[in-house]
Ligand binder design. Structure first.
Ligand code: AMP
Length: 281
């Protein structure tokens, strides 16, 4: 498998592909890969001649008290998983991505302060900055992101629109474990009891879906039911459960048309997110 570490080598490689008229699909990740990531690589492969997967645990998207240092890393395991694909792996060094005098950041105002942005203050500023940088390095025609991070998808689409990036954003569905827990690199942190309790995130979304299907129009009642269920798990502490408009992430007052049910819950010390898109066109 081709592994590229330097920024200039990645840029020259992308340029040479472009010269040959080849297209590039890009899957940015923080590594510790699982089937969710691989599903995005598969989508990428269907859409372009070459696929680039990046692994970079981006320090600027972690808050001071978050898990940057202990974020799970397993380079050999990641390479073994990607070996089954034809992807090119880009693994830049932190020191080359963020030079000491790095001063430039990208912000998508308002959207970045809602949902996860309320408790993770500069998280999305870190995300948009690294994605903008990676787009300039990898030069993709397509970039594939997971619906698991619904707010991230919306913010990146807005950044692409506002800053005229010539990149088409493709969204892959959420890949889940057997009990419904959304796959996540952070699931590794969960102990046995926490792992059991963690399925409550998806269970609460299923209950919400049922209520909506039965005609419930009041978001407060749905949220209350979800919260009550989550609170039955001793290890669970709710960060937020919200039902929002899919374009501006503002809370909806009535459940009709398209909306996003999104939640973040701490299971023990591990903060997990999940969501359900309802009424998607
Ligand atoms: P991460 O490595 O967690 O930063 O995620 C890299 C990409 O994989 C992001 O676009 C995520 O939304 C996506 N992703 C993470 N978990 C899943 C999942 N369970 N299903 C589908 N995509 C996922």
């Amino acid at each position: 498998m081709k592994i590229i570490q330097s920024v200039s080598e990645m840029q020259s490689f992308a340029n040479s592909l472009k010269k040959q008229g080849k297209t590039i699909a890009f899957v940015p990740t923080m590594g510790y890969l699982h089937e969710g990531h691989l599903s995005l690589v598969e989508i990428a492969q269907k859409n372009a001649d070459f696929v680039v997967v990046s692994i970079f645990v981006n320090p600027t998207q972690f808050g001071p008290n978050e898990d940057f240092e202990k974020y799970p890393r397993n380079f050999e395991g990641d390479v073994a998983l990607l070996e089954q694909t034809k992807a090119i792996l880009f693994v830049p060094e932190n020191t080359e991505i963020y030079l000491l005098e790095h001063l430039t950041f990208v912000e998508v105002n308002s959207l970045e302060n809602l949902l996860c942005g309320k408790s993770r203050k500069s998280h999305f500023k870190g995300v948009t900055t690294i994605i903008a940088k990676l787009f300039n390095i990898v030069k993709p025609d397509f970039a594939v992101f997971g619906q698991k991070d619904a707010q991230q998808v919306l913010i990146i689409k807005k950044m692409v629109e506002d800053l005229n990036f010539d990149v088409k954003i493709i969204v892959g569905k959420i890949i889940r474990e057997k009990d419904g827990l959304a796959m996540s690199s952070r699931n590794k942190y969960l102990n046995e009891q926490e792992r059991k309790d963690a399925s409550v995130l998806f269970e609460s979304l299923k209950i919400a879906k049922k209520m909506v299907e039965k005609g419930e129009k009041n978001p407060a009642l749905v949220i209350e039911k979800m919260e009550k269920l989550i609170q039955t798990k001793l290890t669970a502490k709710i960060d937020y459960v919200e039902i929002v408009n899919t374009k501006n992430l503002q809370q909806v007052k009535i459940l009709e048309g398209e909306f996003l049910i999104a939640l973040a819950v701490k299971i023990g010390q591990t903060r997990l997110i999940d969501n359900l898109l309802v009424g998607e066109n």
